[in-house]
Ligand binder design. Structure first.
Ligand code: SF4
Length: 70
């Protein structure tokens, strides 16, 4: 897995807060967490920058284009 100095950043204004966030599920480092709210809405996923390796996997999986490496 490629390491990168950049880290994932989630643009809350683009995020649809799906409880089944594919970017969260795609992270091989468990760096993205998400607060559960109710059945069809969750919190905006949060990136733990200490765990994020900057691999970019999550960027590929977000259907809203809400994740980028900064
Ligand atoms: S860039 Fe890689 S390590 Fe960082 S949150 Fe995304 S998938 Fe996880």
């Amino acid at each position: 897995m490629k390491k990168n100095k950049r880290k994932a950043f989630i643009d809350a204004s683009k995020c649809d807060r799906s409880p089944s966030c594919p970017a969260r599920k795609a992270c091989p480092f468990g760096a993205i967490t998400q607060e559960k709210k109710w059945f069809f809405k969750a919190g905006v996923p949060q990136v733990n920058t200490h765990l994020c390796a900057g691999c970019g996997e999550c960027v590929k999986f977000c259907p809203r284009g809400a994740v980028k490496l900064v």
